[in-house]
Design a protein around this ligand. Structure first.
Ligand code: TRP
Length: 351
């Protein structure tokens, strides 16, 4: 039974297809949460623009590529709500209203912001500074109680709690102060042993073919101290064995390979060939479901549309309460009667 009071919102920026790190770190966790919580899964396309506003041509395609992987992983639109951020304008309006409660000095101290300004070395926009306020709006617009995220998102969640708290203090109790649900899995290393990341060119994507996957595995970082196959090898900090631990259901086989590797009785090439087979077997069903989805993009857009429409009912209700509480009652009542049909039947100003 789902507890209707346990409402979750989480999401990703649509930066393209998901990789195997997303699958084991995030998606499998989301899929399980659907059994116990009312879940909203957000495609945060407006957030992409905070850094990538010069590349608008990619966002629609990346949205579909990401959602194929969500659905192929088991995100179930019959049980959960998939929301496209830009299709629910209440996110943006709530962001603006909540921004009144977010001190600039506080936003400038958010570590993700400081890092990005340093990395990108550019003049930060108001939109980038407001990134966590938009994220707070994403969460609060559905009055979510819990947000499953990775550790890197904790500063944003803290800010969300502060904004909710401040709102409740000023205008009366309304928003839950949402808690973070940290995923248990550590981050998966990429094929170069840095954290797996779309932009590091070190990811194995869920849409990669078996051949691409094998090629990437054969290029993987292993034990740099090992020069000949007969040298004793190291298992710790060796991503080949990290992957085997996660993806190989045959634990005895993994234990045996580790034993041989430690003694220098099996070569890297052989272990990698074995891993490629394991990965391709583990990903086969996902790939098949994904290919079916990708053959019908219109059906996937329909899923996003009906999810966004359902979400909008909740979001609209929240925005009405917030406008009312923040003194915009008049604007609220004057705008309420405006529907699309009326818009079509009216002429614009001056016509
Ligand atoms: N900032 C998140 C990320 O980069 C994406 C995101 C946007 C999000 N809005 C959210 C995550 C709301 C959780 C809740 O991964």
């Amino acid at each position: 039974m789902k507890n209707p009071a346990a409402r979750i919102l989480t999401g990703h920026r649509p930066t393209g297809p998901r990789h195997i790190g997303h699958l084991v770190g995030t998606l499998q966790n989301w899929v399980k949460l659907q059994d116990t919580h009312q879940c909203f899964f957000l495609v945060a396309d407006i957030h992409v623009l905070t850094t990538d506003y010069e590349h608008p041509e990619k966002i629609s395609e990346n949205t579909l590529e990401m959602v194929y992987d969500w659905l192929a992983s088991g995100i179930d639109p019959a049980r959960s709500t998939l929301v496209l951020q830009s299709a629910v304008p209440e996110h943006a309006v709530l962001c603006l209203l909540l921004s009144m409660l977010a001190p600039v000095g506080r936003l400038e101290r958010v570590p993700t912001y400081k890092d990005q300004v340093r990395e990108l070395g550019l003049n930060p926009s108001l939109g980038l500074l407001a990134y966590p306020v938009l994220q707070a709006a994403d969460i609060l617009v559905y009055r979510a109680n819990a947000v499953p995220v990775g550790e890197d998102q904790l500063p944003h969640l803290e800010l969300t709690q502060e904004i909710a708290h401040r709102f409740n203090q000023l205008y009366g109790e309304y928003f839950p102060e949402p808690e973070a649900l940290l995923s248990a899995y550590p981050r998966l290393p990429g094929i170069d042993n840095r954290t797996m990341h779309t932009s590091y060119n070190n990811a194995i994507f869920l849409r990669d073919t078996p051949e691409e996957t094998t090629r990437k595995v054969m290029r993987m970082y292993t034990d740099p101290t090992r020069i000949h196959a007969t040298d004793p090898g190291h298992i710790e900090d060796n991503p080949v064995f990290t992957y085997l631990d996660i993806f190989d259901p045959d634990k005895d086989q993994v234990a045996e390979l580790k034993g041989l590797y430690l003694k220098g009785e099996v070569g890297d090439v052989e272990v990698k060939r074995y891993l490629a087979g394991v990965l391709n077997a583990a990903l086969a069903d996902h790939r098949q479901r994904r290919a079916q989805l990708a053959a019908h993009p219109k059906d996937v857009l329909d899923i996003l549309q009906s999810g966004s429409n359902q979400a909008r009912i909740v979001a609209r209700e929240t925005l009405e309460v917030v406008m009312e509480k923040m003194g915009l009652r008049t604007g609220l009542s004057l705008s309420e009667t405006f529907t699309q049909q009326q818009a079509a039947s009216l002429n614009g100003p001056g016509c």
